[in-house]
Each structure stands twice: as C-alpha cells, then as structure tokens.
Ligand binder design. Structure first.
Ligand SMILES: *[C@@H]1O[C@H](CO)[C@@H](O)[C@H](O)[C@H]1NC(C)=O
Ligand SMILES: *[C@@H]1O[C@H](CO)[C@@H](O)[C@H](O)[C@H]1NC(C)=O
Ligand SMILES: *[C@@H]1O[C@H](CO)[C@@H](O)[C@H](O)[C@H]1NC(C)=O
Ligand SMILES: *[C@@H]1O[C@H](CO)[C@@H](O)[C@H](O)[C@H]1NC(C)=O
Ligand SMILES: *[C@@H]1O[C@H](CO)[C@@H](O)[C@H](O)[C@H]1NC(C)=O
Ligand SMILES: *[C@@H]1O[C@H](CO)[C@@H](O)[C@H](O)[C@H]1NC(C)=O
Ligand SMILES: *[C@@H]1O[C@H](CO)[C@@H](O)[C@H](O)[C@H]1NC(C)=O
Ligand SMILES: *[C@@H]1O[C@H](CO)[C@@H](O)[C@H](O)[C@H]1NC(C)=O
Ligand SMILES: *[C@@H]1O[C@H](CO)[C@@H](O)[C@H](O)[C@H]1NC(C)=O
Length: 574
C-alpha cells in the first residue's frame, strides 16, 4: 500500500516492463551517446576457438546473438526513442538541462557460462534468462548473465531506462540503477493464427521484435487451418498450391527457417502447429479424398465450430500415409530451431465422422480408440524428428488420450483445465480464453442465412465477447488452484490472436499493448514480493509508457488512457 502510494505521486513510474524481480534506482541524470564503449566478455573456455569457427556449438551463436542485441539496443536508444511529455504535468519543464552532461562511458556485457548447445532450440527452462544489471552514477554500466540470452534480456531492460530529449540526445533520470532479474515461468508465448488471414514474413518478424522487447520467448504459429493452407511442403506441393488464399500467400521452407532463426537469435523459439484431425478442411482443396464432411452448407455448425466444416478421415490408411509424407518432410526442417511441434487436437467434432465413410459413427466409444491411434502415430513422428509434442487440452481432458509425459498440454477453456491437466501428470500451458484471447469482443463476423431474421442475433456479440482488457488479462493467475507439489508442471502460457477479424492492417492494435499484460504475468509472476496480486495502480502508468516505447518502434499499439490521466498522478482514479 505504502509502496504504491509513493509511486502515485512520482509522475514517472519506473520504466521497465515486465517488472524485474528486484529493482532499485536513484534520480541521477546520465546521458548516453552512440560512441559509448560496449564490450562483450564471453565466458572463459578451453574451447575458445569454438567462438569463431564451430557453427554447431552454442558458443559460436553467442557472438551473433549478442552482436545483434547490441545493434538493436542502439536502434532502440538512438532512433526509436520518445520524449516522455505524457508522463509530466503540462507546461512543466521536465527535461534535464542539456549543459554539463555526464555521459555513460562504458557498457560491459559479461557472460559467465558457455551457452548450452541447444541455445537455438531449447526446451522450457534449458536456457537461463536471468541477468544482473548495474549502472553507476559515474556512468559505467554492466550486465552479467550466464547465457547470451540473459544478456539479451538485460539489454532490453537497459534500453527501457532511457528517453529522447526534445533538443536531441538520450538520457536517463534513474541513475544509479541496480537490477537482478529472472523469469517466473520458462514458457512465455503468443499463439498467432496465420492461416485464417495471411501475414507476410516481415509482419511476423515485426511481431517477434515486439515480443522480444517484452521478454516473451515463444511464438507459436498456428500455420494451417480449415480456411487456408499457406505452408509450402516440398514433398506435397499441391497442398499450398491449391490451399493458399492468393498468389504469394505462402510460407516457403526458406521463409519458415528464416523466421525461426530470426526469433531464435532474440531468444524467441518459433514453433509450428498443424492442427488436426479437425481444422483441416483446407487439405480438401488438394486432397478431397482425405477429408470428410467438407464445407457442409448451410448447417455446417453440426459438423464444425466454424465454416468450412471438414476433418481428416479417422480410419483411412491414405491419411496415415499422407501424414507420414507431410511430417516426414516438415519436421526435420523445423528441428534445428525448435524443440516443440504442436499437433493440435482442439474442437474435434464427433458428428463429422458420421459423414466419414471409414467410420460412420459419432459415438465416442467408437471414436476414442481411433483418436488415440491418430495421436500415437503423430507423436511417434514428432519424437522421431527429435521434437516434443504439444496438444490442445481436449486430447487429454475430453478424449482421455493416453500420452507420454513429455507431452505439453495447452489449455484454453478454463483455469480448471490447468488443474485437471497437472493432476494427470502433464506439463501444461495456460491461456484461458476468458482472459487471454486477444481476438474477443469485436462482434459477430458470421453472416445470416437469407430469410433468417438478423434480429435474433442482436446485439451481435462474438463467441467470446466482451473484449479482454489489459486489466482482465493482468488478473489471470497461471497457478490458480494448482496444488503446491505440481506448480513445476505449469511451464507458463500463451496469449492468443486468432485471425478471423485480424489481418496485417489491425494486428498491432489487436495485440499491443494488451499482450504486455500476459508478458508481465509470465515473466514477473502475478504476485508481488509480498505475495499480493500485483498492483494495477502501479502497472497502469508503466504500461502507458511501454505503449509509447512500442509506438516509437513503429508498432501501432493502442493507447490505454488519455495523456490527462498519465500527466499528473491520480487524476483518473475511480
Ligand atoms: C582449462 O583446462 C585446464 C586443464 O584441464 C584447467 O586447469 C583450466 O582451469 C581450464 N580453464 C578454463 C578457463 O576452464
Ligand atoms: C563443435 O562444438 C560441439 C559442441 O560444443 C562439439 O561437440 C564438436 O566436437 C565441435 N566440433 C569441432 C570441429 O570442433
Ligand atoms: C497535479 O496534481 C496535484 C494533486 O492533485 C495538484 O495539486 C496539481 O495542481 C496538479 N498539477 C498540475 C500541473 O496539474
Ligand atoms: C556538473 O555535473 C556534476 C555531476 O552531476 C556535478 O558534480 C557538478 O557540480 C556540475 N557542475 C556544474 C557547473 O553544474
Ligand atoms: C476401420 O476400417 C476397417 C477397414 O479398413 C474396418 O474393418 C473397421 O471396422 C473400421 N473401424 C471403425 C471403427 O469403423
Ligand atoms: C450423433 O448423431 C445423432 C444422429 O445420428 C444425433 O442425434 C446425436 O445428437 C449425435 N451425437 C452427438 C454427440 O452429437
Ligand atoms: C473420459 O473419461 C471420463 C471419466 O472417466 C468419462 O466420463 C468420459 O466419457 C471419457 N471420454 C471419452 C471420450 O471417452
Ligand atoms: C487477486 O486476484 C484474484 C484473481 O486472480 C482474485 O480472485 C482475488 O480476489 C485477488 N485478491 C485480492 C486481495 O484482490
Ligand atoms: C501431489 O500430491 C498429491 C496428494 O498427496 C498426490 O496425489 C499427487 O500425485 C502429487 N502430485 C505430484 C505432481 O507430485
């Protein structure tokens, strides 16, 4: 209480998002210029030659990871910064005088251990992301971390200490600074649907940049669905040739590797999902023989959650052969830059199998063994490629599929699903749609059948209305109801941007800055050092500031308040 009331009257909240584990700062002014001396001290090793030459060692990548992070830090500080007038009373001269400047002389980046070999494709927790940061009043900065990715996280924090001066130059008012920081959860992700609408490669990279800036570390690409198949599979070129939305609306093998490496070098693992056996209607465009119940009209909703209906046949050796070819081609190409592969499994519609001539039943007793076989076969393929399977919660919680305890279960329907999953001994990702679905609240996109009265659908809400505000997102506790002896099974979670009503025009606004709320819950944890819920009073101006930082980086993040509210303390408290 006391802590937050101090902050209420400090016009500029501590800038950093997500909040570090431990953080102290002063009120000294320091300037920073592009000629600041930056040195990287890699860990001492008896294999130092690895750093220059051996591309299969983690050590060789460390140099590249850190060099790129230094470059991004420069860009953030000197070309993508902002003047923080929104956080000071109007007409106040809030900027430090430009005479007698003390400049930061050096930034030392010290890595104390060799990066693990799988630094570009870690399982949750394999890469230590912790770091210590100090900035003295005299102007020397040091970031220490066990890994290159820890240094990346530390540099991200460092960049958030600084502001643009309106007459040129870049400064902090927070010296001296001491930070010790590490993430609460090892899997901090965004699930991005790039099938229902197509997003060019550069949009996905832009998303990765913003995610790294808020210390996310997983981008889950939901890359195929019922509506389009943008993923090129060289062994099955007809899939994207016929299933893509438009010429060029594809992700080539090179695109996928390029996106993955781009993410990995920022400590963001990009992993793919092929959702199946439902959500596969787009396979029909090239392989009608493999898909049952395709695009039933008008009562598609008997057979699927969304048009066009359709599912892979469940008892057909041709489907099995097809998946052998598909995954045999795809998975080895993903493995250099990912530890996971998501085999989907949500919203399997029983009735679709009434129209599947290999099954002709919607009885769960008939379907369950077929689903079990389907998952077993896919997971064997995933493991054979050296990857770890991820599935949607229904496979475990509805279909009772028996799966290896390596399998990560992604929950979405409730907090209880998290508890039920850990009780069955599985690792779990949170993402309750009542909190972390970024697509909700835009209203109904489904049209009406001619002759139906549209009035019956008034006021035209969508399935998960209302919109989830950052405050609601911030209130999700990933460990809600989880027994103390099972908290380690909660790897973290993902927020979700489904793309029925999102395309490159509005993606920034749909995701940012609200995803920051999930990023902070996952990095800092939902509770403060005293075990209380984190204060939204403290978070609100800090998120407004983070939004300004995103905008300065060219991200169309929406405002969460008016400047009137952020300019002078508590004027907008209810
Ligand atoms: C290198 O190896 C030698 C001999 O095994 C050992 O004494 C030394 O401590 C090692 N140095 C480092 C930096 O690990
Ligand atoms: C490269 O590094 C890896 C992992 O550190 C090591 O196993 C391998 O022997 C090294 N290769 C060469 C040619 O030095
Ligand atoms: C800021 O708020 C305080 C407390 O409400 C008030 O006394 C002061 O006049 C305000 N200053 C400005 C510039 O609005
Ligand atoms: C210049 O700044 C230094 C360090 O902040 C301070 O000690 C010194 O008094 C200042 N000198 C003048 C002339 O303001
Ligand atoms: C699956 O197909 C085989 C023939 O290929 C058939 O014998 C079997 O009854 C089918 N299973 C179900 C559950 O329909
Ligand atoms: C299964 O299909 C029958 C019609 O064949 C239908 O009455 C029943 O509701 C369906 N069961 C489910 C679970 O949808
Ligand atoms: C899964 O198990 C539960 C509890 O035993 C049972 O009620 C449910 O019917 C099973 N689901 C299926 C699809 O077999
Ligand atoms: C803390 O947050 C949870 C929701 O995550 C809520 O149920 C609870 O009431 C909050 N506790 C307090 C003291 O506000
Ligand atoms: C946690 O404790 C409960 C009750 O003692 C036990 O049934 C359960 O297996 C334990 N779970 C784990 C993940 O250890």
């Amino acid at each position: 209480m006391k802590f937050s009331s101090v902050l209420l009257f400090a016009p500029l909240a501590a800038a950093i998002w997500p909040l570090p584990s431990s953080y102290s700062s002063g009120d000294g002014v320091l300037w920073i210029g592009p000629n600041v001396d930056v040195t990287y001290n890699p860990p001492s090793t008896n294999h130092s030659a690895d750093y220059a030459s051996n591309s299969s060692s983690g050590a060789a990548w460390s140099q590249i990871i850190v060099q790129k992070a230094i470059h991004r830090t420069y860009e953030t500080l000197f070309t993508q910064n902002f003047v923080p007038w929104k956080f000071h009373p109007r007409n106040e001269d809030f900027e430090p005088p430009t005479g007698n400047q003390t400049f930061i002389s050096s930034i030392v980046l010290e890595q104390t251990a060799v990066d693990p070999e799988n630094v570009l494709r870690p399982l949750a927790g394999d890469v230590d992301e912790s770091y210590d940061l100090s900035l003295t009043s005299a102007g020397t900065a040091k970031i220490t971390a066990k890994t290159s990715i820890g240094l990346v996280r530390g540099m991200t924090t460092f960049a958030q200490l600084f502001f643009q001066h309106s007459s040129g130059g870049v400064y902090t008012t927070l010296a001296p600074v001491t930070i010790s920081d590490s993430p609460k959860f090892p899997h901090r992700g965004l699930n991005m649907d790039v099938s229902r609408n197509y997003f060019p490669v550069f949009e996905i990279k832009k998303m990765i940049d913003s995610m790294a800036f808020t210390k996310f570390n997983r981008l889950h690409l939901h890359i195929t669905d019922a509506q389009s198949w943008p993923l090129e599979i060289p062994a099955l070129p007809e899939l994207s040739a016929k299933g893509k939305y438009c010429p060029g609306c594809v992700y080539t093998s090179e695109d996928v590797s390029d996106i993955q490496l781009y993410g990995a070098l920022q400590g963001i693992e990009v992993y793919l999902e092929i959702d199946m056996p439902g959500h596969t209607s787009s396979i029909h465009f090239s392989h009608p023989e493999l898909v049952a119940a395709f695009n039933v009209q008008p009562d598609w909703d008997t057979y699927a959650a969304e048009p066009p209906s359709g599912t892979l046949k469940l008892n057909d050796s041709a489907v099995d052969d097809f998946l052998d070819t598909l995954l045999g081609d795809l998975l080895p190409r993903l493995a250099p830059y990912a530890a996971y592969f998501h085999t989907g499994g949500d919203e399997v519609n029983q009735n679709a199998y009434l129209l599947d001539e290999t099954v002709q039943s919607n009885d769960t007793d008939v379907l369950q063994p077929l689903i079990q076989d389907f998952v077993d076969a896919n997971h064997a393929r995933v493991r054979a490629a050296g990857l770890t399977p991820v599935v949607w919660e229904e496979m475990l919680l509805f279909w009772n599929v028996t799966m290896g305890d390596d399998v990560v279960v992604q929950t979405w329907q409730s907090n209880e699903a998290v508890v039920d999953t850990v009780k069955r001994g599985h690792k779990v990702l949170v993402g309750n749609y009542n909190f972390w679905y970024l697509d909700c609240g835009k209203g109904q996109w489904l049209d009406f059948n001619p002759g139906d009265s549209s009035a019956q659908y008034w006021p035209y809400a969508d399935y998960c209305s209302p919109r989830k505000s950052w405050r609601l997102m911030y209130s999700l506790d990933p460990l809600d109801g989880v027994p103390a002896n099972a908290t380690d099974l909660v790897l973290g979670g993902e927020c979700h941007i489904w793309a029925e009503q999102t395309d490159p025009v509005n993606i920034d606004t749909m995701v940012w800055p609200r995803a920051c709320a999930a990023a902070e819950v996952l990095w800092s944890g939902p509770k403060d050092a005293e075990g209380q819920n984190r204060s939204q009073v403290e978070a609100s101006p800090r998120l407004s500031e983070m939004r300004e930082r995103l905008v300065a980086r060219g991200v169309g993040a929406e405002p969460i308040q008016m400047p009137f509210c952020t300019m002078n303390g508590t004027q907008c408290a209810l």
